[in-house]
Design a protein around this ligand. Structure first.
Ligand code: GDP
Ligand code: IMO
Ligand code: MG
Length: 425
């Protein structure tokens, strides 16, 4: 059997290095597809000394032969997407191979306004969203009042739908949240300008994708966010409003589960999270600061410092199970060099009990203390390692212990941010 379709997801709280892995795999893939999320994502790709931070464009875009698809499950902010395409072209990257699905929902200015107002209204209980309008756009989709790419391409339909929605949203914005009303005519004029520029990219990508798979082409599905940010399986309510687990790929691109061959989980050699919510292995001391500085753990989308902590095997095992992972790409092992003895969380202590499965209830999670085992660290600079055997014994032992605890094989090892700093096993 050929392994033609591969899903790549984040198995922690996002920012695991999915962009880098997709860029590397895309050098062999013919199609790269995003299936969920929007420009809350920030995927860093470092190639030939240039760093690209992509928010909406699939990370296969640097390969001129790869068809890049923004699937139906993505929420698209057209102004942000056009700016990103301009930025890429200015850097000499062709964007001709991009297609956007006609069924993809749009982010409109009132979604962004509401994201900010709703966060402010939550007060101390805020989620720490990226304020890009993601939650409110998915709310409209579920409420069945969303506006889609196919609507944008029909000026009359678009204008009518914006007017209906703005009438409704302005009541919410002003009367409920005390914000400032938005102007429907200004939105229509702005977005119809985008429509003409986006028209050449619009397509029924569910057909393109199905045909590519039928033709035996190599297809990569690029996850955004991560397992614990999944609307159903994450640390609800501190989650995003889409489905970053592998199952999200099917609804977000219009293919059936029988068409997926492999699922790779991208994982950091430690744990980070941006935004609020529980984080059992979080480090509040200088060690946490050190990991943040050495690992350059600052959000690619909002610039916020990321919270840092030890590797949590309970979380990654949960990711292996809920996405049916067939392999792990373990990034940022280089960041752990010189930290002394390392710790791995193997379970949670709750009263007299030891939990080995990630709990559903955040109240329960808050009562959990991580159970750690210590493992020898290493001091060597591993950023130049090219083969698995070149890695110091202690690094290989750390990887082997992770494999044992999470029940999945590590098939790729990241030793630096560049596309060349990756070891395949
Ligand atoms: P994504 O959202 O999953 O694509 O990840 P981000 O791009 O938000 O964050 C990952 C960060 O780690 C980026 O700055 C990458 O350049 C960087 N990175 C990825 N893999 C490695 C690695 O193996 N070592 C180091 N030092 N940095 C890495
Ligand atoms: P990538 O694809 C890390 C987090 C936000 C917040 C929560 C909800 O780069 O891994 P939202 O704006 O989505 O409503 O915010 O989700 N979040 C991410 N954290 N990486 C991401 O994407 C994220 N996208 C959203 O910080 O806690
Ligand atoms: Mg990111």
């Amino acid at each position: 059997m050929t392994m033609a379709t591969k899903v790549v997801i984040g198995a922690q709280w996002g920012d695991e290095g999915k962009g880098k892995i997709i860029d590397i795999l895309a050098q062999r893939a013919e199609v790269v597809v995003r299936s969920q999320g929007g420009n809350n994502a920030g995927h860093t790709v470092e190639a030939d000394g240039v760093e690209y931070k992509l928010h909406l464009t699939p990370s296969g875009i640097l390969n001129p032969n790869t068809l890049c698809i923004i699937g139906n499950g993505v929420v698209v902010d057209p102004g942000v997407l056009l700016d990103e395409l301009d930025m890429l072209r200015a850097q000499g990257v062709s964007t001709d191979n991009l297609r956007i699905d006609l069924r993809a929902h749009l982010i409109l200015p009132y979604h962004i306004v509401l994201d900010g107002l709703m966060e402010a209204a939550r007060g101390a209980g805020d989620i720490g969203t990226t304020k890009k309008g993601i939650g409110p756009a998915y709310m409209d989709k579920a409420e069945r009042i969303g506006i889609r790419m196919c609507d944008l391409l029909d000026a009359d339909v678009f204008a009518a739908r914006v007017k209906e929605n703005v009438a409704l949203k302005n009541k919410l914005i002003t009367a409920v949240y005390g914000g400032e009303a938005v102007d429907a005519d200004a939105i229509i004029a702005e977005y119809l300008g985008y429509a003409e520029r986006l028209r050449p990219y619009a397509a029924d990508t569910t057909v393109l994708l199905y045909e590519a798979i039928q033709a035996g082409k190599e297809v990569l599905f690029e996850g955004a966010q991560g397992t614990l940010l999944d609307l159903d399986l994450g640390t609800y309510p501190y989650v995003t409003s889409s489905h970053p687990i592998s199952g999200g790929v099917c609804v977000g691109t219009g293919i059936g589960p029988t068409l997926i061959d492999e699922c790779i989980g991208v994982v950091k050699a430690y744990t980070t999270r941006v935004g609020k919510g529980p984080f059992p292995t979080e480090l509040f001391d200088e060690l946490g600061d050190k990991i943040r500085n050495v690992g350059n753990e600052f959000g690619a989308t909002t610039g916020r410092p990321r919270r840092c902590g030890w590797f949590d095997a309970v979380i990654v095992r949960y990711g292996v199970r809920t996405s049916g992972l067939t392999g792990i790409a373990l990034n940022k092992l280089d960041t752990l060099s010189g930290l002394g003895t390392l710790k791995i969380c193997t379970g949670y202590k709750k009263g007299d009990e030891i939990l080995t499965e990630f709990p559903a209830s955040l109240t329960e999670l808050a009562q959990c203390e991580p159970v750690y085992e210590e493992i020898a660290g290493w001091d060597e600079d591993i950023t130049g390692a090219k083969t698995y055997d070149e890695l110091p014994e202690a690094v290989r032992a750390y990887i082997a212990r992770i494999e044992e605890l999470v029940g999945c094989r590590v098939c790729m090892v990241g030793v630096g941010p560049n596309r060349t700093q990756n070891i395949e096993r």
